[in-house]
Design a protein around this ligand. Structure first.
Ligand code: KIV
Length: 280
């Protein structure tokens, strides 16, 4: 049931997402490929080409396996497969942290080579100069605070944020820094529910929760997690809306049996010498 791409350009801009603060919840999913973008485009407001692609599609242990070239290739595929959703591409680790100039150069490359609407980067107070510089260069930025997957090696694992008074204060400082640097929205990941809800009330830009709070202005999940394609451990905050592991595994099992028994290909899947109307 592939959906048709709309013919007119009706893409949702970062500015439109920004103006939806406090309104109908903003629906976001990750997407990495052309066919999945085609399927998701009509249902979501925002597609994130997350650096989780390094783990989900390329089998790396962490998101540190993502490169700018990888993000650009997947960003191009998602742009080709969508016409409506606001497309945001992650800046991978090592492409923005050193300086504002490095961040602007990476963001420019991503936007120029993919045509996406915005970039996302991880960090709060520590990355506010980078966010401000990218925004000053005319590129909308989505922030990402709380659990930051690019820092899991430094943090010693995927640790939930906001469980001590100091951690709560640091999260609030990060949220305010991302907002004043000019980001149009901010992802809050892996954060105590009440803290994420409180930050949502305190800042004027939309918060997008993942393992955060139902009070956030929007929600995001990794597409492979929510359709049940993830083969490794699925985090607690994921709800699986489908079981594609079983669908694919059962299809492969049936196909293998039919090839071995010479049931496939059947008469409907081969070509005769005389009937030219049955061309592939
Ligand atoms: O890379 C990613 O998929 C993300 C989302 C989990 C927010 O950053």
């Amino acid at each position: 049931m592939a959906t048709k791409l709309p013919t007119t350009d009706i893409r949702i801009s970062a500015g439109t997402i920004r103006r939806r603060k406090g309104g109908t919840p903003i629906v976001c999913l990750t997407a990495y490929t052309y066919p999945v973008a085609r399927l998701l485009d009509e249902h979501v407001d925002l597609l994130l080409v997350g650096d989780s692609v390094a783990m989900v599609l390329h089998g790396h242990k962490t998101t540190l396996g993502a490169s700018l070239e990888m993000m650009i290739a997947h960003g191009q595929a998602v742009m080709r497969g969508s016409a409506r959703a606001c497309v945001v591409v992650d800046l991978p680790a090592g492409t923005y942290e050193d300086s504002a100039a490095q961040a602007v150069a990476s963001a420019r490359r991503v936007v120029e080579e993919t045509g996406c609407q915005a970039v996302k980067l991880e960090g709060g107070v520590d990355m506010s100069k980078q966010i401000a510089a990218i925004v000053a260069a005319g590129i909308p930025v989505m922030g990402h605070i709380g659990l930051q997957p690019q820092s899991v090696e430094k943090d010693g694992g995927y640790k939930i944020k906001g469980r001590t008074e100091e951690a709560v204060a640091a999260l609030v400082r990060d949220a305010l820094a991302v907002e004043s640097a000019g980001a149009f929205s901010v992802v809050i990941e892996g954060t105590v529910e009440t803290v994420a809800a409180d930050i949502t009330r305190r800042i004027a830009i939309p918060t997008i929760g993942i393992g955060a709070s139902g009070d956030c202005d929007g929600q995001i999940l990794v597409i492979d997690d929510m359709v049940g394609l993830t083969v490794d451990r699925v985090p607690k905050f994921v709800k699986e809306y489908a079981d594609l592991r079983s669908v694919i595994s059962n299809a492969a099992e049936t196909y293998a049996a039919e090839v071995r028994s010479r049931t496939f290909p059947g008469p409907g899947h081969v070509f005769s010498a005389t009937n030219s109307r049955d061309d592939a």
